[in-house]
Design a protein around this ligand. Sequence first.
Ligand code: UDP
Length: 338
Amino acid sequence: MSKTIVVTGGAGYIGSHMARLLSADGHKVIVFDNLGRGNADAALDAELVVGDISNTEQLAPVFQNNKVDAVMHFAAFAYVGESVHEPDIYYRNNVSGTLNLIDTMRSFNVNRLVFSSTCATYGVPESLPITEATAQNPINPYGQSKLMVEQILKDYGYAYNFRSIALRYFNAAGCAEDGSLGERHDPETHLLPLILFEALRVQAGGDPKDTALRVFGSDFDTRDGTCVRDYIHVNDLCSAHTAAFNRMLDTPELGAEQFNLGVNKGYTVLEVIEACRKITGVDIQYHLVDRRDGDPPELVADASAAMETLKWKPAFADIEHSLQHAWDWFSKHPPAKL
Ligand code: UDP
């Protein structure tokens, strides 16, 4: 049955893919985004309300004017390195803004939320792969800010019967297969886009030796010394949100739940670069530089709880599809400056 769903951050990378999927499934979607880091045209056909989650006057009318069934909350700052150096914006936006969002929801009796959490809440995990029972000890303010919200949601679940599912994403990758949406961060700091930008630069005639691509840290205790991450296709993240939404409808009494979303496969930074060389056919070079602040060596998901409980299965089990889709997108939408 068609529902009305507010997608905060729906003009951003993952949020825009989610809004598109919900619309395709026949739901009414309201994108709420301050466009600080999102792009208005990424909202596609969804209704776009420009506003900030920390501003109740901008937020409340959305709930006043619509019978909202649930919120999917993507609006957040999400750069590990930046969070170490500018923690204030992470705590203000990710924690205080989210608190304002859920209190506004409650004042309109809207009590279903799918929350974008992160594997960064685990910090340096005590064992791998990471399950939901792995201790959460974040080592950067980004992860800390998301963990704080998870705690708020647990407490609200208990006290107010507020229903939520926190999805702990591992590394989002790829984009819409039909090329209608992609990844457009400004500034871009994520590994995959930066590697593909370098490929575009060389493809356009740049000298591979002039590369600005940096590999942060080559002395980690991993198979080649660089960080290992679990890359999951953005479409698979989105299908898990749909599954989480359906579960909340079926089990309103369960309070707060949390699930890992990954594919249980880790790639080092150098392996990702090698995979990009194969997909692009370009000689991609890089500099080995110091570690970036706040980076754990290895994050790989055990997502079996999501698979069993949400009855979800990632469609793309390896990184190649993500890279191919991202490459198709960036080839058609190169950044203004390479
Ligand atoms: N990374 C890198 N060079 C870059 C950007 C990222 O070596 O220019 C590394 C980063 O240190 C991490 C991995 O690539 O180990 C993934 O980083 P990204 O920022 O894409 O995602 P995160 O894991 O921080 O969410």
